[in-house]
Design a protein around this ligand. Sequence first.
Ligand SMILES: NC(=O)c1ccc[n+]([C@@H]2O[C@H](COP(=O)([O-])OP(=O)(O)OC[C@H]3O[C@@H](n4cnc5c(N)ncnc54)[C@H](OP(=O)(O)O)[C@@H]3O)[C@@H](O)[C@H]2O)c1
Length: 375
Amino acid sequence: MPLQLRSLIRPDATLELSLAEVPMPEPASPDEVVVRVEAAPLNPSDLGLLFGGADMTKAQASGSAERPVVTAPIAPPVMAAMAARVGQSMPVGNEGAGTVVAAGSSPAAQALLGRKVAALGGAMYSEYRAVPVAQCLPLPEGATAADGASCFVNPLTALGMVDTMRNEGYGALVHTVGASNLGQMLNRICLKDGVGLVNIVRKPEQAALLKSQGAQHIVDSSAPDFQAALTDAIAATGAMLAFDAIGGGRLAGQILLAMEAALARQPGQEYSRYGSSTHKQVYIYGSLDRGPIELPRGFGMAWGVGGWLLFPFLQKVGPARVQQLKQRVADELTTTFASHYTKELTMAQALSLDAIAGYGKMATGEKVLVRPAAG
Ligand SMILES: NC(=O)c1ccc[n+]([C@@H]2O[C@H](COP(=O)([O-])OP(=O)(O)OC[C@H]3O[C@@H](n4cnc5c(N)ncnc54)[C@H](OP(=O)(O)O)[C@@H]3O)[C@@H](O)[C@H]2O)c1
């Protein structure tokens, strides 16, 4: 029987990762296809579900090389937040790509038989996965499963940021974790579309990487002149909208301060004790730092900090716009939307303690590609 990677939180506050045998899926409706999943990325959003908030530094391995089992303790406050999933063995993996090996009777499903497709639908760390045709993206001729594995989450999120910017009346963007896989994609989109982008990074080598990729505004949060350099870059681009994947800590507040300072520099600005009337917005779209978001004051009263997620965005813009965005991803799959992986692992290899310690860091340029079914 095919294997599927599972994440279970046991009632004794222990996370258990394992491979489970599951029945071979079949198309459950005329509009479903079965994909042999040949490649699926391990994204930060997958790690949240995979690790369930467990302390992976205390993880222990058991089982065999083919059927590894990893366990790790979960602290009491985290356990309380996980109440809804205790006892449920959950499949993981938001997206992936592979070959359609069975198809329902509809013409749309039949047309995909034998084709390489990318799919979004969860449970992609599975050898085989049944998905509705609407959740598939046929890959261009010649594209491999690895080319298409990360077709949805990061590309659509980066495109969604630019759409959100336009829909909310802004003309340029600030982005934190500029050198992340997503950040590099966003930089390529903005360069191609002529959108001003301020890339925030936290290490000089990340700044050098983005510079080599043509980024025009890069600021390093570890540099002593960070606040001044950020203000200069925001003044140069006029970016009053930021997307922040870090979340916790001081960065969102530093961005708002820099926006306000950049606005104050504009010619003809009159002093107001309420600050500038231009609305400054930071969307937190990740949780790389799970600590509290610290906001100083000093950026007036026209500002907002809120959450941003891909799926509500897709719902908001509607199917016609989503189809256009997906088509752009397919058209620019190996250029604008190319992802790079440092390692390829089978599902069993992905459950080794060494591998977990590596991809668990979510470090720049260390993305892992899981190969549930080779081919
Ligand atoms: N809201 C949504 O719908 C949505 C959709 C897609 C992605 N995302 C988010 O987008 C982010 C990037 O995803 P990705 O796949 O591009 O990630 P990635 O390639 O794995 O890169 C992660 C980046 O985050 C940096 N980082 C990690 N921990 C950090 C911290 N505490 N403070 C500052 N930087 C930190 C790393 O830099 P170092 O090398 O310096 O550690 C690295 O550049 C993730 O947070 C993900 O959850 C959100």
